[in-house]
Write a protein that binds this ligand. Structure first.
Ligand code: NI
Length: 136
């Protein structure tokens, strides 16, 4: 762990009150830990905003497995982008509906491109790309 340095910050009392209520609701036991997490999260979000950043993402899609050839198209897309697909998981969530979670790794721009192609497949009812972390 890096050497820890102490810093002091000044906040308006109303802002501090809101912050304390927020971190208490989140389960933080100290302001320092909450501030560290908020700073890390903000810096990560900033890096994930850059198209060239290496990242990991989870693509979530819900679809009807009766939809003709959608499952095959999902598999085909992943095979054609092998190096970007880390893993995938399929969950049968109803009589007709399936949830697929596909973990991708690559540049933010590549992940967005592949994720958008997956979500826009005909038959996908809902989909979301969650950029989770900047890769080391
Ligand atoms: Ni299924």
């Amino acid at each position: 762990m890096d050497r820890v340095q102490r810093v002091g910050i000044s906040l308006e009392s109303d802002l501090l009150r809101q912050f304390d209520a927020f971190i208490s609701g989140q389960g933080y036991s100290s302001r320092s830990e909450a501030v560290r997490d908020l700073i890390r999260d903000r810096l990560t979000q900033d890096r994930l905003g850059e198209p060239q950043t290496e990242a990991i993402a989870g693509v979530f899609v819900v679809y009807d497995h009766h939809q003709a050839q959608l499952a095959q198209k999902l598999i085909k897309l992943q095979h054609s982008h092998l190096l970007k697909t880390i893993s995938s998981m399929h969950v049968h969530i109803g009589h007709h509906e399936c949830l697929e979670v596909i973990l991708l790794r690559g540049k933010v721009s590549e992940i967005s491109n592949l994720g958008d192609r997956i979500i826009s497949l005909k038959g996908v009812k809902s989909g979301k790309i969650n950029l989770i972390a900047a890769a080391e």
